[in-house]
Write a protein that binds this ligand. Structure first.
Ligand code: NAP
Length: 473
């Protein structure tokens, strides 16, 4: 339709997922003064903001300030939120395609990568992603139990999630009680018997994926010493040559400086220790019915075909007693029936955010942004540029007449009618979310906490009901 994108015939976009990628996408769509756009955003939870709510560590409240920007987008004319609506459950991708000019998938990477070693599934061995979701009050994980009574926990991986987990395990009760950590997690974490948290990196200090502030924080814990064996901090010749080269990554250089400073510290005798180990891969998790130890293989670094230094097993082994293992080796995306998926990479098959079919042809009307587009990498802000790329391509498709007209009724009421049939009284609008938000903040106020989160869908829906009339806004 040639007048598509005019006030009489706005471009209607469905965004599936309300995390940073979804919100930057909505912002990019609604910021275009030349095209009239209506955005309907869906989330499987009644609450928006994805990993900003359920992933960012509770002791990092400043990172969550980005929500203010998303709130401005949500207040824009043409924006609606449909919470507690899962695409793949209440709605199918085909039903979106029937009702929208563009369906934009922004649902992230919801599962964890597997180590593929014996003992990985023993009780006491957990995906870090699940622990994170539990202490952040994600309703799917609220009834999980983590036995934190052991003395030593091992965190596998050298990314920021591993840093978050190590830090959270080392917080004091006083620190935890100032945060929005889930109520069910505060007591077990405050009473935890853990005295040592060992973080294993399979490569060396120069290859750690941590960002500098996250590393620095590990050395600033109120009641935990940071410990690195100076010998493990020694750089191998290949890493040293890389760090001295002009092309060296500044974050890596700085990380190595910080690690080196840590390795010269004398422990102050604090209640806990965070021990960073390098060139250590988990080989096996052992135990009779539960985690009792982990077998670590010693690695050396070798130049891989892509120029990347990779870890090679030296055959040397060490067994470390521990009662808990957190596997923090990255998230992984899962597919959605009806949308082409690249199983190897765990992303929706795409080029520049345009969804591609198995033969590489564009699937008109389908787009993708964020982790489910590029994989689980980057910080929150990375999603802004990523979303802009996809939306630039969508607008370019619009200009070239490659945005198909939906087969069904392309107006705002048809989705409301469908949802009223499928999910009566359960859909949470943005006004409903604001009621949840207000109730959570109110619960936190007398305790001096930013909020006390609801941990079940029922509580959330009930709080939403007590606010503005619920339904599409
Ligand atoms: P990540 O940054 O990709 O780190 C994954 C880590 O796991 C890497 O150290 C990787 O080592 C290691 N690993 C992968 N496979 C392994 C294996 N088989 N055995 C042992 N180690 C293995 O992933 P993430 O920590 O889950 O974080 C995801 C994204 O969220 C990142 O971009 C991160 O920066 C971001 N994030 C940011 C913040 C923040 O800004 N505060 C907080 C949390 C997360 P190799 O390098 O050798 O592959």
């Amino acid at each position: 339709m040639s007048d598509l994108g005019t006030p009489d015939n706005p471009l209607r976009a469905a965004i599936v997922g309300s995390g940073p990628a979804g919100f930057y996408t909505a912002e990019a769509l609604l910021a275009n003064d030349d095209v009239s756009v209506e955005v309907d955003m869906f989330d499987r939870l009644p609450t928006p903001f994805g990993l900003v709510r359920a992933g960012v560590a509770p002791d990092h409240p400043k990172i969550k300030n980005v929500i203010r920007r998303y709130e401005k987008t949500a207040a824009s004319e043409g924006f609606r939120f449909f919470g507690n609506v899962e695409v793949g459950r209440e709605l199918s991708p085909a039903e979106l395609t029937e009702r929208y000019h563009a369906a934009i998938y922004a649902y992230g990477s919801s599962t964890d990568r597997r180590l593929g070693i014996p003992g990985e599934d023993l009780p006491g061995s957990h995906a870090a992603t699940e622990f994170v979701a539990w202490y952040n009050a994600h309703p799917d994980f609220a009834d999980r139990e983590f036995d934190l009574s052991c003395e030593r926990a091992v965190v596998i991986g050298n990314g920021n999630v591993a840093a978050d987990v190590a830090r959270m395990l080392a917080l004091t009760r006083e620190e935890l009680e100032q945060t929005d950590t889930a109520d069910h997690a505060i007591e077990p974490m405050a009473k935890s018997g853990i005295r040592e948290i060992v973080v294993l990196g399979r490569r060396g200090p120069a290859q750690a994926a941590f960002t500098n502030p996250e590393v620095r924080e590990l050395g600033e814990m109120i009641d935990a010493d940071i410990v690195i064996d100076p010998a493990e901090c020694e750089l191998d010749p290949l890493s040293r040559a890389y760090l001295e080269s002009d092309g060296a990554d500044i974050t890596a250089r700085k990380n190595v400086d910080i690690f080196t400073e840590f390795s010269h510290r004398e422990p102050e005798g604090k209640r806990r220790r965070i021990v960073l180990r390098f060139l250590c891969s988990p080989v096996e998790i052992r135990g009779d019915g539960e985690v009792e130890s982990i077998v670590i293989g010693r690695n050396e670094l070798v130049e891989g075909s892509s120029g990347r230094l990779s870890a090679r097993d030296t055959g040397e082994r060490e067994e470390l007693r521990c009662g808990l293992v957190f596997r923090s080796i990255g998230y992984r995306g899962i597919g959605l029936e009806g949308v082409p998926f690249d199983e190897d990479r765990g992303v929706i098959r795409n080029e520049g955010g345009r969804v591609l079919d198995d033969e590489g042809g564009q699937v008109e009307g389908q787009y993708v942004v964020g982790w489910i587009k590029r994989g689980p990498s980057g910080v929150i802000g990375t999603n802004k540029k990523d979303a802009q790329e996809t939306i630039d391509n969508l607008f370019s498709d619009l200009e070239r007449g490659h945005v198909p007209a939906p087969a069904g009724a392309a107006d705002g009421s048809s989705i409301e009618e469908l949802l009223a049939e499928r999910s009566p009284d359960a859909v949470v609008s943005y006004a409903g979310w604001k009621a949840i938000d207000a109730a959570e903040r109110q619960r936190g106020e007398p305790l001096g906490r930013p909020r006390v989160k609801f941990c079940t869908i029922d509580e959330m829906v009930e709080a939403a009901r007590s606010g503005e009339p619920v339904g599409a806004e």
